[in-house]
Design a binder for this molecule. Structure first.
Ligand code: MRU
Length: 346
């Protein structure tokens, strides 16, 4: 089985997801700037995975900061490292959550010498990775109960092991249901423009032996209307306190179609994806990516020169279209302000 990301003594090992499914190439990044570029260029992607990568990037950056000659200069360099990694992708809250956790850890290490601080920060990054895998397994356990035997399940983008420390969130639910003996058929939206569904979700599920059909993004209504889809499960990049959910562009469209066909629409995410500082989804920053992702398919140009192009990477699904939010802390149902608030208080 592949590894999405791993801490090694030489740096951060990552599977280059840009090359999948045709090539399985691993790179080792020993400089925090390379980690930041890898996140921005989507060598690694998916909200929890970029959180893990950023934490490891901070740990690597601290080695460099430790070479400064004064305590003040080291602290300033450390903050530069954090800000550099935080400036990579704006939508997934996991990135900022992981960097803030590394900042808090660093602040707690004040009395240790620098070699000990560097070692403790590396351990913290590894702990964030391990906890993410455990978190996904708990999401899977909670969520699989919602999936009936003999179901068609639609997912959008890739919220699998590739998008997390391992196991996956939306795909974690699907995997856990399959591991419990449920017979499923997964519909993977291809997910234009970056094709995470066609390239990554299909690759993962095929390796796991879970039956999967890739469909283009404009086919889901057709299969819902024919009664071939019984549930939709997607991941999340940021969930507001009222349950509004930012996820890969096109998720909102799928949620509208699911509501029209009375099909349950589930969001699966670590509880840390809930951003309680956002009362609704209106404030969630939406990343706009390079127009080339729309105009080209690898080297092939698809659109005429000179036309306008828009490329928002995420959209926000309003809470009233969401049946339940499956987290590692439990399943939240509407009204989400109350149910998410209750889980927060646990
Ligand atoms: O642009 P990406 O590929 O990073 O977007 C990924 C998604 O939108 C996922 O659905 C989300 O991050 C959840 S991953 C468990």
């Amino acid at each position: 089985m592949f590894k999405t990301i791993e801490w090694t003594p030489d740096g951060v090992l990552m599977l280059d997801q840009r090359l999948l499914p045709l090539e399985e190439v691993y790179v080792t990044l020993a400089d925090y700037r390379e980690v930041a570029t890898a996140i921005r260029d989507m060598l690694i992607r998916g909200a929890p995975a970029i959180g893990v990568a950023a934490a490891m990037g901070v740990a690597i950056g601290l080695r460099e900061a430790a070479r400064e000659t004064t305590e003040e200069a080291r602290a300033a360099r450390f903050e530069d490292v954090c800000q550099h990694l935080a400036a990579t992708r704006p939508t997934a809250v996991n990135l900022f959550w992981a960097i803030d956790r590394m900042r808090r850890k660093f602040a707690s290490l004040g009395r240790l010498d620098w070699a000990e601080r560097v070692a403790a920060m590396e351990q913290e990054a590894v702990a964030i990775h391990q906890e993410d895998v455990e978190c996904c397994r708990r999401i899977g356990r909670h969520g699989q109960a919602l999936i009936a035997d003999n179901s068609g399940v639609l997912t959008h983008c890739n919220a699998g092991a590739l998008a997390t420390g391992g196991y996956g969130t939306a795909l974690g639910v699907i995997r856990a249901a399959a591991e419990n003996g449920k017979r499923l058929h997964v519909f993977a939206d291809e997910t234009r423009p970056y094709l995470q569904g066609a390239r990554l979700t299909a690759w993962e599920l095929h390796q796991l032996g879970v039956p999967v059909s890739v469909i283009t993004d404009n086919m889901s209504g057709h299969f819902m209307a024919r009664g071939e889809i019984q549930a939709v499960v997607v991941g999340a990049d940021r969930i507001a306190a009222n349950g509004d959910t930012a996820n890969k562009i096109g998720t909102f469209m799928v949620a509208v179609l699911a509501a029209y066909h009375h099909i349950p629409f589930y969001v699966a995410a670590p509880f840390s994806t809930v951003d309680f500082t956002m009362s609704s989804g209106r404030g969630i920053p939406i990343e706009e990516r390079n127009p080339r992702e729309v105009t080209h398919l690898r080297e092939t140009q698809l659109t005429p020169d000179g036309v306008g192009i828009r490329n928002p990477a995420f959209d926000v699904t309003p809470n009233h279209l969401i049946t339940a939010i499956i987290t590692d802390q439990g399943v939240a149902r509407p009204p989400f302000v109350e149910s998410l608030g209750r889980l927060h208080a646990l």
